[in-house]
Design a protein around this ligand. Structure first.
Ligand code: DAT
Ligand code: MG
Length: 149
């Protein structure tokens, strides 16, 4: 089953949006597989954002993501990677569609509330980076027959 990695960034935590953000994935019908509240080390932040290492905003991004606690999560479901990206919205909250998390709650690209994996392969890499195998919980929600035929 397809899985994605999501992380509520320090601004989402500081602004008291943890419940609101998790609710959107939960009520959509995706399945929570793992969740932890944690401070991010510089090493983990740099590995997570490795593809952006040469970008001018890299240092600021690492500083921001390590500046306070985050909520790291794995969610499961058919098409969850692309669907979660839609629920999250475009990278710059100023132009994200209303109805998306970033569109509803943000105004700045450097404070865009949540990370979501951008592809299935990226999700696999990020899940392995942030979670140990025994932190991932496989379970069968009783809701499933009411969500899909
Ligand atoms: P996304 O988080 O939508 O996948 P991304 O992978 O292109 O976006 O960039 C990772 C994060 O880096 C993004 O959430 C916010 C920050 N970022 C991206 N472009 C930026 C820019 N031009 N200035 C400042 N921060 C930026
Ligand atoms: Mg990205």
């Amino acid at each position: 089953m397809e899985r994605t990695f999501l992380a509520i960034k320090p601004d989402g935590v500081q602004r008291g949006l943890v419940g609101e953000i998790i609710r959107r994935f939960e009520t959509k019908g995706f399945t929570l597989v793992a969740l932890k509240f944690m401070k991010v080390s510089k090493e983990l932040a740099e590995q997570h954002y490795d593809v952006h290492r040469e970008r001018p905003f890299f240092a600021g991004l690492v500083e921001f993501i390590t500046s306070g606690p985050v909520v790291a999560m794995v969610w499961e479901g058919e098409g969850v990677v692309a669907s979660a990206r839609k629920i999250i919205g475009a990278t710059n909250p100023l132009t994200s569609e209303p109805g998306t998390i970033r569109g509803d709650f943000g105004i700045s690209i450097g404070r865009n509330l949540i990370h979501g994996s951008d592809a299935i392969e990226t999700a696999q890499r990020e899940i392995a980076l942030w979670f140990k195998d025994d932190e991932l919980v496989s379970w069968q929600p009783h809701l499933t027959p009411w969500l899909k035929e």
